[in-house]
Write a protein that binds this ligand. Structure first.
Ligand code: PEP
Ligand code: MG
Length: 877
């Protein structure tokens, strides 16, 4: 006995006990307090769920005893008896976690029925049809959700009876039909489970509660939790509630209601109901529900009461409510209320309206919109009706949001060509590399078999705002034979695929898409977020196009320009390759000299796009072999183009091969070996800045040069000296001075550990948490996706550390480095430019450790602005 209270009657709880009672339980308790007609019941707590798992998946005696005691109270309160006449108590059992969680166990209604109680109910209500209708529903629900017998088997039997009798609706079934169906349902159950359907209501109840607890850990719920940052330690509560019946006849009914329109946010109650029906009928679509307005004629008193309660609940919760209600013999009951799920458009409108109606402050309203939801506002989405009809053929990681449909293209080159010919294509690759960039731009969406959330494809796609599903192991690519295989079926370049970048779903057909609409509410709402937040939001952008997009979405600067992305264009790569295969410094300088004007133009473009906003330019980072071809035929073609022999070029390519390129010759190590690369880049930056500030002195352009992959102060100093010397030389040549800053990325643990020293040279730090995560965990950001699934299954990790910052480990390094950096240089600028800069919980963390800004891909800028404002509301600094 641990003396803990595991079960709360509805009149013992309140809305602030969400963590213990779950959202549904807390709201049922609150509604009871508010005097709203709620059928009485009790909640088994989330702690009981955790205990169930701690005890090795058994419900303890303590919990059972408290459930029994609560049942007894419920019996007294209702004057009914569980499992017996003269007035049998029937209950519903529903799951209810702290936040509503799709994927968990659905509702079970009418629990407590067996041969004996069904007969009593039939006599008591003088309505055998109702009693047997309730019983057959119970058997089906219990068998399905508790015991895993497929629902469609039961539905098949129901359809047979309807067909045999020529019935159109379920309501056409007679009491005798339903009685016969109950017998068939039980036979089916026995055949499937090898045992009789449980007749003891006490057993039914314990089984149902156990099933709810079990469902907390089912694979669908696990995936949902991971995507939504819900820790498994929260557990779920279970609500047991006296049944009221909407299927008792024509003065009974059931329905769902929203206090405002969940799709548009429009003010006004949005509700539908069905007479003579039970819960699931309304959503199942078997009969078309009626609009609530018809209830006014049917029962004006109930209608008025209904409207009053809906309005009261919305005013009480200060948010749009999603409610379930039942009318039993002309008496109204509310079965649950919760903050309603809504589209992003509706979320913004409702938040703004609630402030204007005086129900919320701006700060409170800011917390009402999920940052991640904003994504859907900026990307095309699937037409929901079309999506419902489409089959999911595979599932990967939702690497970059949006919806894309097109025919399959197997290479970047092909995607580019077919796109140029007016075709819509989806690029399908084992994985992508920087060479694929143009194909990625041309494609509607990108599907990769390998790679995680920070794989090349994922990062680049997010940057471009292109839809991407990554790490989709269900797809087998036969590039040579030009087909892919999914679930035993072949798809060729004539076949369509549709990708959902929000869910990772892949469809084997063309699903139509719709363009997003950005309303005026967006501007108002985001304006409030900007007033509130302390953290600045910059963007990761490599092109003027991305920069413009980001500014449109509110970016306040560029936090990371990855200069390597500039070298993959058709016009650049030959010079880049020439530079790489050079055998002498002189040859290398020749290649670099060709790159210089292009690079200078790039930077001019960026400075012009960003105007007065700061721009951080990071020097060349990736291993050089990424720029070279690897297949023999490509090497041969390039050798010819460059006037080299095949053998010579092949030898160079091979010499650049590294066993672990991510920890190889990259980042500032390139500049240590070949300082002339840093010289060229410095020259390009300073010349561009001088030119732009000559035209626009009012912008006060101050170049920020960022040295990547630093692990040692002397290494930074060496490269910085090259930068400073070159910058001074350029300024002397031009006869003009300009202020500039040199900083570093903190992306190697050693840099974080020695950040006080590094800060002696670095004027700013930008946390490169992609590499910092890779190197702190010691697993490759490109390969970890292949095995992280096992870690989630085994609950070793709950989320992808490349998507959501690991605050315990990597975060500790960030916090420490920020403090050490400030100890040396109190005014040091601190930012983050890893992918985490666009993840809400990570943004919150950055706020809490005092960073100055986060930098993220253009399409995530609004999300980061909102997350930063929410961080300030929750934890003011
Ligand atoms: C990082 O490592 O977090 C970073 C931003 O650099 P990149 O992703 O280009 O390695
Ligand atoms: Mg990096």
């Amino acid at each position: 006995m641990d003396n803990k209270k595991y079960v709360y009657l509805f009149n013992e709880g309140s809305e602030d006990m969400r963590n213990l009672l779950g959202g549904k339980g807390a709201n049922l308790a609150q509604m009871t307090r508010l005097g709203i007609p709620v059928p009485f019941g009790f909640t088994v707590t989330t702690e009981a769920c955790n205990k169930y798992y701690e005890d090795g998946k058994v419900i303890s005696k303590d919990v059972k005893a408290q459930v029994d005691a609560a049942l007894e109270t419920l019996e007294k309160k209702t004057g009914k008896t569980f499992g017996k006449g003269p007035n049998p108590l029937l209950v519903s059992v529903r799951s209810g976690a702290r936040v509503s969680m799709p994927g968990m166990m659905d509702t079970i209604l009418n629990l407590g029925l067996n041969e004996e109680t069904v007969e009593v109910m039939a006599k008591l209500t003088n309505n055998p049809r109702f009693a047997y209708d309730s019983y057959r529903r119970f058997i089906q629900m219990f068998a399905d959700v508790v015991m895993g017998v497929e629902k469609k088997l039961f539905e098949g039997l129901l359809d047979e009876v309807k067909e045999a009798n020529g019935y159109k609706f379920d309501t056409d079934l007679t009491a005798d039909d339903l009685k016969g169906l109950v017998v068939k349902f039980k036979e089916l159950y026995k055949k499937e489970k090898g045992e009789d359907f449980p007749t003891d209501p006490a057993v039914q109840l314990v089984e149902a509660i156990t099933a709810v607890f079990r469902s907390w850990d089912n694979p669908r719920a696990d995936v949902y939790r991971r995507l939504n940052d819900i820790p498994s330690s929260w557990g779920t509560a279970v609500n047991v509630q006296e049944m009221v019946f909407g299927n008792k006849g024509n003065t009974s009914g059931t329905g769902v209601a929203f206090s405002r329109n969940p799709s548009t946010g429009e003010k006004g109650i949005f509700a539908e109901y069905l007479m003579n029906a039970q819960g699931e009928d309304v959503v199942a679509g078997i009969r078309t529900p009626e609009d609530i307005s018809s209830l006014e004629k049917r029962n004006p008193a109930v209608y008025k009461q209904f409207i009053d309660i809906v309005n009261n609940l919305e005013t009480h919760y200060k948010d749009m409510q999603d409610m379930e209600f039942t009318i039993e013999d002309g008496k109204l009951f509310f079965l649950q209320t919760r903050n309603g799920k809504r589209t992003a458009q509706a979320a913004l409108k409702i938040a703004v309206d609630l402030v204007e109606e005086g129900l919320l402050t701006k700060e409170q309203a800011i917390l009402k919109v999920e940052p991640k939801q904003l994504d859907t506002l900026l990307h095309p989405t699937f037409d929901q009706a079309a999506l419902k009809k489409a089959d999911v053929i595979a599932k990967g990681l939702p690497a970059s949001p949006g919806a894309a449909a097109g025919k399959i293209a197997f290479s970047a080159e092909e995607a580019k060509e077919r796109h140029a010919n007016g075709e819509k294509v989806v690029l399908v690759r084992l994985e992508t590399s920087p060479e694929d960039i143009e194909g990625m731009i041309a494609a509607e969406g990108i599907l990769t078999v390998r790679g995680g959330m920070t794989s090349h494809a994922a990062v680049v796609a997010r940057g471009m705002g292109a839809c991407c599903v990554a790490g989709c192991g269900d797809v087998k690519v036969h590039e040579e034979e030009r087909y892919i295989e999914v679930g035993g079926k072949k798809y060729t370049d004539k076949d369509y695929l549709s990708l959902d970048g929000n869910t990772g779903n892949v469809y084997g057909e063309a699903v139509s898409t719709v363009e997003p609409e950005i309303s005026g509410y967006f501007g108002t709402f985001m304006g409030w977020a900007d007033e509130i937040r302390k953290l600045k939001v910059r963007t990761n952008a490599d092109t003027p196009r991305d920069a413009h997009t980001a500014v449109k979405y509110g970016a306040e600067g560029i936090g990371l320009c990855r200069t390597e992305h500039m070298f993959f264009g058709e016009d650049r790569i030959p010079a880049m390759r020439e530079m790489i295969v050079a055998k002498t410094e002189e040859q290398r300088r020749k290649g670099l000299a060709k790159l210089l004007p292009m690079q200078r133009e790039d930077f001019i473009g960026l400075y012009e796009a960003m105007e007065y906003r700061p721009v951080t330019i990071r020097f060349l980072d990736p291993p050089l072999h990424e720029f070279l071809p690897h297949a023999d035929e490509d090497i041969a073609a390039l050798a010819k183009e460059m006037g080299l022999t095949f053998e010579d070029l092949k030898a160079t390519v091979e010499s650049l091969h590294e066993f672990n390129p991510m920890m190889g010759h990259r980042g500032c190590r390139l500049a240590v070996s070949y300082p002339e690369i840093a010289e060229m880049q410095t020259r390009a930056v300073i010349e561009a800045a001088l030119e732009v500030s000559g035209k626009h002195p009012e912008w006060n352009v101050i170049p920020e040069i960022m040295i990547p992959l630093v692990g040692e102060i002397k290494e930074l100093k060496y490269v910085k000296d090259v930068v400073v010397k070159t910058a001074k030389a350029v300024m002397a040549e031009k006869g003009k001075e300009i202020e500039f800053k040199v900083g570093t990325m903190i992306e190697i643990p050693r840099a974080a550990l020695t950040a006080d020293e590094i800060a002696k040279e670095a004027e700013f730090f930008s946390f490169g948490t992609n590499d910092l995560t890779q190197m702190t965990f010691g697993f490759s950001r490109d390969d970890a996706g292949a095995f992280l699934g096992d870690y989630y299954d085994k609950k070793i990790y709950e989320s992808d550390p490349f998507a959501k910052l690991d605050q315990t480990g990597v975060g500790k390094l960030v916090k420490m480095a920020a403090e050490l950096g400030k100890s040396t240089r109190p005014d040091i600028k601190l930012g983050i430019c890893g992918e985490h800069g666009g993840d809400p919980s990570s943004v919150e963390f950055c706020h809490s450790v005092g960073l100055n800004y986060v930098s993220c891909s253009p399409y995530r800028v609004p999300l980061a602005r909102l997350a930063a404002a929410q961080a300030q509301v929750k934890n003011p600094r």
